[in-house]
Write a new protein. Structure first.
Length: 323
């Protein structure tokens, strides 16, 4: 007896079909066991496909605990990353450039200086791991255009936004076609899972068809696949996303109205069923530097008060919530 034998099962095809039939942005998908693994594999694929080595990431986006992405922006003029975790060597960190979000000029300069070295730009199209720092659609379109013109791949990390803001995730929400998309969280229905997908041409570079190696004993294991199938069938029910959106809108509006009436320096930012409590009077928060660390002391008080009344929020003011 056992739950998984390291061999493919029909369930992988079933979940893959469910996704591919209802998602116009990928043609092939590969299952792994976590979001981190999905991102790690997507980066390897981007490097293998382009033959280039540098990855651009943005300050304020999180992509799992992939070594080369555990980096902060370098100081001064250097845009190459410096390690942000013990155990991540500088030689790994310097394959990553870290740029501020919502700054076209920074991207243009990096690309004009290092065009021949940059394999991919990776972004959470809906950055939701450091507050909810929503980007303009035009900025995401700008990234799409500039990468396409310079033979650089655009990777959407949709480990949170995929199947969350709609079945087709942020790609569908904004109508933007990235080159590679990573998924996780929701598609395992609570079991450990990750996945990455792209068009057939890019995916053909993965082994055994191509020369980019990737494998995993527990990848696509039947327990996670079944949980994912059950979850996604619910997501595909009629009006599922509009109901979810309406519920979250009502939740956010009630609290926002209350805060406004009382002149509280507080608001909820929201997209689809993702919400974020922010102690700010700013109308928009578009970069991580827009978030004042001072404001976290208010979050801590609110967190404690709510906990005492039996409501358990994520324990950090930089975490978003979900309906
Ligand atoms: C959670 C997350 C990851 C990492 O996924 P794990 O399953 O925790 O490894 C990667 N990218 C984003 C955007 C995430 O939110």
């Amino acid at each position: 007896m056992g739950t998984t034998f390291g061999a493919p099962t029909r369930k992988e095809n079933e979940l893959a079909e469910l996704i591919l039939k209802n998602n116009r942005f990928i043609e092939k998908i590969r299952f792994v066991s976590s979001g981190t693994e999905a991102v790690m594999s997507a980066l390897r694929l981007a490097r293998g496909f382009t033959g280039k080595s540098v990855i651009i990431k943005f300050d304020g986006c999180y992509h799992g605990h992939v070594d080369s992405l555990l980096v902060n922006a370098g100081s001064g003029l250097s845009t190459f990353g410096i390690s942000s975790s013990a155990g991540v060597t500088e030689s790994v960190a310097k394959d990553t450039m870290v740029l501020p979000l919502n700054d076209r000029r920074a991207v243009e300069i990096a690309i004009s200086d290092y065009r021949e070295d940059i394999a991919a730009i990776i972004i959470e199209p809906i950055p939701a791991n450091n507050g909810l720092i929503l980007q303009d659609k035009e900025y995401l379109e700008f990234l799409r255009d500039i990468t396409k013109k310079n033979n650089i791949l655009l990777i959407f990390d949709e480990v949170i936004s995929g199947f969350r803001v709609g079945f087709e995730g942020a790609a569908g929400y904004y109508g933007i076609q990235p080159d590679i998309i990573t998924y996780g969280k929701i598609i395992g229905g609570g079991m450990p899972v990750g996945a990455y997908g792209a068009n057939k041409e890019i995916m053909s570079h993965i082994s055994p068809d191509g020369n980019v190696y990737q494998a995993g004993t527990l990848s696509g294991n039947p327990v996670a696949m079944n949980a994912g199938i059950a979850q996604l069938k619910i997501c595909l029910q009629k009006d599922f996303y509009s109901n979810l959106n309406n519920k979250t809108e009502k939740f956010a509006k009630t609290i926002n109205d209350f805060a406004k009436e009382n002149n509280y320096l507080f608001k909820i930012f929201r997209i689809g069923s993702i919400f974020w409590f922010a102690f700010t009077d700013k109308e928009f928060v578009k970069t991580s530097s827009d978030i004042e660390s001072e404001s976290m002391k208010y979050f801590r008080e609110m967190h404690k008060d709510l906990l005492e009344s039996g409501i358990y929020l994520g324990p950090s003011g930089y975490e978003v919530g979900f309906i």
